[in-house]
Ligand binder design. Sequence first.
Ligand code: IPE
Ligand code: IPE
Ligand code: MG
Length: 239
Amino acid sequence: MSELKRIPQHVAIIMDGNGRWAEMRGKDRSEGHAAGVEPVRAALRAAVRNGVRFLTLYAFSTENWGRPQAEVDALMELFCQCVVSEEEELVRQGVHVCMIGDRSRFSEKVRAALSDIEQRTADGKVLTLILALNYSSRSEITRAVRQIARRVEAGELTPGQIDEETISRSLDTAAWPDPDLIIRTSGEQRLSNFLLWQASYAELWFPEVLWPDFTEEEFDRAIEEYARRDRRFGLVKGK
Ligand code: IPE
Ligand code: IPE
Ligand code: MG
């Protein structure tokens, strides 16, 4: 951590406001999602430039399946297109793409595209990009509890041995540190089932900007805001 400016090691973004951005322009909501790709590139560039090591993007929640089928289909198509269009640049920047969420519900085509990008970027050392796809915190925790129960059933673990570490290590995010900063665009001030366990001590930042209008400067502003925050983790400062 820099003494001059505190940089969050892990930034997570709830990319919200695509639909409103499109509706304000009399466009289809899907066009808002398409317009949300360039800001992803901007966030990545800004994260790399600032020395952020982990960037998690909430791209599709388990609840988002309930949207109109045409919108869901357009999002799935967009994920597949992006895997192809972004690969070269991701590799060039040293970005390693990973995923959290339950991918079993995706079509074979989407699953193949996701595995492909994970494999092709596996050598990236500069930044880990974690895509939350068919993700929700409650579903992740439910899957983790099932996994722990199976270990208890198998005699690998006693109930008394289950501690916070056991739970953290059973979540999809086991390999990475908790987010230091969570940004949600579009002015909404809620987490919408995102990283509820991992966000315990995250700083939260809610800019008004709609996701398609998000820029590198907006990311820098969030980093500056984070540097001003006084993280106490329940302790008393200086003691
Ligand atoms: C976020 O934008 C993107 C996804 C949920 C996939 P929204 O589509 O939720 O945009 P609003 O909130 O309707 O404006
Ligand atoms: C959260 O946004 C999910 C993503 C950004 C992928 P939503 O737009 O789905 O959340 P709500 O409905 O406003 O809570
Ligand atoms: Mg929304």
